[in-house]
Design a protein around this ligand. Structure first.
Ligand SMILES: *[C@@H]1O[C@H](CO)[C@@H](O)[C@H](O)[C@H]1NC(C)=O
Ligand SMILES: *[C@@H]1O[C@H](CO)[C@@H](O)[C@H](O)[C@H]1NC(C)=O
Ligand SMILES: *[C@@H]1O[C@H](CO)[C@@H](O)[C@H](O)[C@H]1NC(C)=O
Ligand SMILES: *[C@@H]1O[C@H](CO)[C@@H](O)[C@H](O)[C@H]1NC(C)=O
Ligand SMILES: *[C@@H]1O[C@H](CO)[C@@H](O)[C@H](O)[C@H]1NC(C)=O
Ligand SMILES: *[C@@H]1O[C@H](CO)[C@@H](O)[C@H](O)[C@H]1NC(C)=O
Ligand SMILES: *[C@@H]1O[C@H](CO)[C@@H](O)[C@H](O)[C@H]1NC(C)=O
Ligand SMILES: *[C@@H]1O[C@H](CO)[C@@H](O)[C@H](O)[C@H]1NC(C)=O
Ligand SMILES: *[C@@H]1O[C@H](CO)[C@@H](O)[C@H](O)[C@H]1NC(C)=O
Ligand SMILES: *[C@@H]1O[C@H](CO)[C@@H](O)[C@H](O)[C@H]1NC(C)=O
Ligand SMILES: *[C@@H]1O[C@H](CO)[C@@H](O)[C@H](O)[C@H]1NC(C)=O
Ligand SMILES: *[C@@H]1O[C@H](CO)[C@@H](O)[C@H](O)[C@H]1NC(C)=O
Length: 849
């Protein structure tokens, strides 16, 4: 029985020959000739009927010379120029040797070829398949006989949505030198048979769900040069051939579950070793110091231990990039070293001082000492480290108290955040692009000299003690500035900012200061503005309705100010209002009048009409380790609790109008906001019924309508909201039966307090006592409240309800990665390509192997 190996693949054979030209009738005669090279016999496709459950029949019977082949069974042409682009002869009774000079190769436009379930008499796969320069789909399922690929030297299936198991037959590819299965939907293990591939020079099986351990055989892969098995689920110890393969230059096994020790290397050919994000233990092998050609050594995020004598790297003249972060290592700090590194990452390395060996690093471009325990001030000699060449310095999350001056004259990225540094705002060299000093004790006024840093893209001064007024020049800072975060300081005075044309700000956060005055419409010059957070200030103004025309605005936080007046806008204006808004927080102000129906109607992102710009395009301001380096939070009240952290902000659609003086009814249109996750209208003067249309908000997680004057019943449809985990209607004038079942089994008494008329579980008042409710109220929402339904019956079901936990993460705002980071971020290219391919998945086909 032939095996069921599916071979439906995107083949790049080693040699892609020049293409032929062909058209119309020429193609037709080629097809006839192809057909004629086989005999037609039902037996050839028996497996099709018996095993695949498909109906086999001789498709080529309809192929008649002199007719247009585009109309033949199994043939697909493109409409424009009648090229044959797809041929499906699966289950077509073809029997015979596959001719190596087959006329099929005269169809250069062929993109899909399905020859599954025929019998090619154990013939070899002709190397001329490489002529199909356009072929992206080849299905040779259950023909496999064609699968004698022993002559094949180059097999590349990268990024093809192949799915299923890695073929066991790999061991037959005896001649293969280049094998690439990366970025597919394959899973399974690499069988022992891979050890047969003695000719392999390039092996890449990355970014799939490969599991198990790697076959171990000390003499394996005598010719291997490049090994890429990263981003899988591989476990076990590192295979012994890794240390002995005589030609091996590149090892990338990052992002797996490898454990055990790194043994001594016996081959000195290695140039690049990446083993980060595994579970490796034990000391660094001393043979590292013999790898004279080594340029990259990345061992971060393992559990390596022991003391590193930095001297062991001194012998390595080519070593440029060293990353030992996030292990259990310690360092002898007083040795100097002559290693000529350009990039050194020692984050989370238990350092208690700036290590002396840094002194020798004259060409250092990038230095990360974040997340250590370094105290005191940055020593004088640090000025010499990579002086002139240093562009990236990260000393965040330490206990530094003082920074005297910034001598690094070409610095572009400087992260001092989360230390104990006091004093005035330091002014870095004008080359600076990212300057992060949040969570320190800086104080005093902010000097307008900072505005000379005309390359600045990200400036974060948040969580310090800066005071005084915000310098006027911040309004026309730099046309490059995208993120300005002054949150939680003591800035006072009016918001003076007049934003110049060409403003590129996408995030402006002034939350938690003492600012008064109002925002000027000049902020409309900042066309890219996505986040505007003015919360927790003393702004005394009416609602700046003109913000509604900012085309990208996604987050507007004005909470806890002294803002007042009605939100009702002159409806003659037809400009779009807040069409991209996702978080709209006006809570704790003095707004009055009816709820803003006009805005609600135009929240197209929440109504799911406006394509959300950032969805899916999770772009990368990322650090060299690939995590978001610039993260920041939006403070919101979520399910009744203050939360400062949100993950992936595109997922959150929140409206908070609580704690104002809004009056009138809750408009029905609120039911249109079908992506809404949180709605808080509590502490207003709202009256009338709870609209049944709220039952349309199918992904709502929290709903707070407490402390209003709402009357009527709670619509039963709310019980159908599957994710509702926080519900509060306390302190209103509601009555009648509380909806029962599902999520409503999980809400406690306090959700209903202060409504004398409510009955049924969980309040103690049973509904057997007939309420003096006007019957028309009950009917209004279309639900029949079963008054005879006793709460005891419900109790039985209590406890079976699903309780949804809270989910809190980080908001990661990521915009275009500054070009200069490209040099720093070794693996970014990979990541981005992967991201792109993930996006591509949706539109492209799936293939199986
Ligand atoms: C199938 O292969 C055998 C042995 O190679 C050969 O004798 C036979 O002629 C082939 N049959 C056809 C139909 O090509
Ligand atoms: C293919 O080669 C065989 C002999 O090896 C020959 O008989 C046949 O005519 C050739 N077919 C084509 C289309 O060239
Ligand atoms: C595969 O090809 C090799 C080399 O041409 C040959 O020795 C071997 O017999 C073939 N195997 C099968 C199953 O046809
Ligand atoms: C390895 O190749 C030999 C032929 O050289 C073959 O007989 C054997 O089955 C292969 N092993 C595996 C595991 O595929
Ligand atoms: C190191 O690199 C040099 C230059 O590329 C090469 O000649 C030499 O063979 C390499 N050393 C080893 C041990 O592979
Ligand atoms: C790390 O290694 C030490 C031994 O060196 C071991 O005791 C510890 O459990 C390991 N930690 C993890 C998380 O594997
Ligand atoms: C480094 O410090 C250790 C003790 O901390 C000392 O034993 C050693 O001699 C010092 N080495 C140098 C080169 O100063
Ligand atoms: C150190 O590396 C830099 C940059 O890679 C290079 O320009 C310089 O010549 C090297 N210095 C030494 C002493 O090898
Ligand atoms: C806003 O300012 C006006 C006049 O300046 C003042 O009367 C009013 O009390 C202020 N409102 C708030 C809430 O501070
Ligand atoms: C962010 O949320 C969007 C929409 O739900 C989702 O498609 C995307 O994968 C999420 N990204 C991350 C990094 O979680
Ligand atoms: C709520 O959904 C129903 C259909 O499920 C629809 O008829 C009704 O118009 C919706 N209401 C609102 C306010 O969107
Ligand atoms: C290959 O072709 C067979 C027969 O048409 C079909 O059943 C199978 O699903 C195809 N495989 C893929 C992955 O398209």
């Amino acid at each position: 029985m032939a095996s069921y190996l599916f071979l439906c693949l995107f083949l790049f054979f080693s040699h892609l020959y020049a293409s032929f030209s062909s058209s119309g009738s020429h193609s037709c005669s080629s097809l006839i000739q192809f057909k004629d090279s086989f005999s037609i016999t039902e037996d050839a496709s028996l497996d099709c009927d018996d095993f695949a459950g498909l109906k086999s029949y001789p498709k080529t019977d309809s192929w008649k010379e002199g007719t247009d082949c585009c109309s033949w069974d199994g043939v697909t042409c493109d409409h424009l120029n009648a090229h044959v682009i797809a041929l499906d002869l699966s289950c077509s009774w073809l029997y015979g040797n596959f001719p190596s000079n087959t006329t099929l190769f005269l169809l250069p436009h062929l993109q899909k070829l399905n020859l599954a379930y025929n019998h090619f008499n154990l013939s070899k796969i002709p190397s001329e398949f490489g002529r199909f320069t356009s072929l992206f789909y080849l299905n040779l399922s259950n023909t496999r006989s064609l699968g004698n690929l022993s002559q094949l030297s180059h097999l590349d299936f990268m990024q093809n949505q192949l799915s299923g198991q890695i073929p066991i037959s790999l061991g037959n590819l005896l001649q293969v030198t280049h094998l690439d299965f990366s970025q597919n939907h394959l899973s399974g293990q690499i069988s022992l048979s891979i050890l047969n591939l003695t000719q392999l020079e390039y092996l890449r099986i990355s970014e799939i769900s490969l599991e198990g351990s790697i076959a171990d055989e000390v003499t394996a892969f005598p010719n291997l040069i490049y090994l890429y098995l990263y981003d899988n689920l591989l476990s076990g110890t590192l295979p012994s051939w890794l240390y002995t393969a005589p030609s091996l230059k590149v090892i990338i096994l990052s992002q797996n579950q490898f454990s055990g020790r790194i043994k001594e290397f016996q081959s000195n050919s290695l140039e690049l070793i990446r083993l980060e994000n595994n579970k490796l233990q034990g000391p660094l092998p001393s043979s590292i110091s013999q790898l004279l050609n080594l340029t990259h050594l990345v061992l971060s995020s393992n559990n390596l231990s022991g003391v590193i004598e930095f001297r062991i790297f001194s012998n390595l003249p080519n070593l440029k990039y060293l990353d030992l972060s996030n292990n259990s290592l310690s360092f002898t700090s007083n040795t100097t070293s002559t290693v000529n590194l350009t990039r050194l990452i020692l984050s989370s390395c238990n350092l208690i001082e700036f290590p002396q060996f840094l002194k020798g690093l004259k060409s250092l471009e990038s230095l990360d000492l974040s997340c250590n325990k370094i105290e005191g001030k940055i020593p004088q000699w640090m000025q010499e480290v990579g002086n002139g060449s240093l562009t990236y310095l990260n000393v965040s999350h330490n206990s530094l108290t003082e920074v005297e001056h910034f001598p690094w004259k070409n610095i572009e990225f400087l992260d001092l955040s989360s230390n104990l540094i006091g004093g005035n705002l330091p002014i870095p060299a004008s080359t600076i692009r990212v300057f992060l000093i949040s969570n320190n004790s800086f104080n005093g006024e902010v000097s307008s000299l900072i505005c000379n840093a005309s390359y600045l893209q990200i400036l974060d001064l948040s969580h310090n003690y800066f005071s005084g007024t915000i310098p006027k020049c911040f309004g026309n800072f730099s046309y490059r500035l995208q993120f300005l975060n002054l949150k939680k300081n003591k800035f006072y005075g009016t918001i003076p900012l007049t934003f110049a044309g060409g403003c590129r700000l996408s995030n402006l956060k002034l939350n938690g200061n003492l600012l008064e005055g109002h925002l000027t419409p000049s902020i409309l010059n900042c066309n890219d503005l996505e986040v505007l957070d003015l919360g927790n200030n003393k702004i005394n103004d009416t609602f700046p309705h003109w913000l509604g025309s900012l085309p990208q605005l996604q987050v507007l936080v004005l909470k806890s100010n002294h803002m007042h007046g009605s939100l009702c806008v002159n409806s003659s204006k037809s400009s779009p209002f807040f069409s991209k808004i996702q978080i709209f927080d006006l809570s704790s102000n003095y707004f009055s009048g009816p709820l803003p129906v006009r805005y609600i109607n135009s929240f197209k992102a929440i109504i799911n009409l406006e394509k959300i710009a950032s969805t899916g395009s999770y772009m990368g301001v990322t650090d060299p380790r690939g995590s978001g380096f610039y993260t920041y939070s939006i403070g919101i009240v979520m399910k009744g609790q203050d939360r400062d952290l949100l993950k992936n902000f595109t997922m959150w659609m929140i409206i908070d109008l609580s704690n104002n003086q809004f009056e009138g009814g809750i408009p029905k249109v609120i039911g249109k906001l079908n992506l809404l996750k949180g709605l808080n209208l509590s502490h207003n003067n709202l009256n009338g019924d709870i609209p049944t249309s709220i039952g349309n908000l199918t992904i709502l997680e929290w709903l707070d309508l407490s402390s209003n004057r709402l009357s009527g019943t709670i619509p039963n449809r709310l019980a159908d909201l599957p994710f509702l985990s926080s519900f509060n209607v306390s302190e209103n004038q509601l009555h009648g039966q509380i909806p029962q079942g599902k999520q409503f089994n999980t809400f406690g008494n306090d959700s209903y307090e202060g409504n004398k008329g409510l009955c049924g579980f969980p309040v103690s008042k049973g509904c057997n006592i007939i309420e003096p409710a006007p019957p028309n109220v009950l009917e209004k929402d279309g639900s029949k409240s079963n008054i005879a339904f006793g709460w005891k019956v419900v109790l039985i079901g209590y406890g079976c309800g699903v309780v949804f936990g809270m989910f809190v993460g980080y908001v990661v705002f990521q915009t275009g990665k500054p070009k200069w980071l490209v040099n720093l971020v070794e693996n970014q290219h990979e990541k981005r390509r992967r991201r792109k391919s993930k996006k591509g998945n949706r539109s492209s086909r799936r293939r199986r192997i």
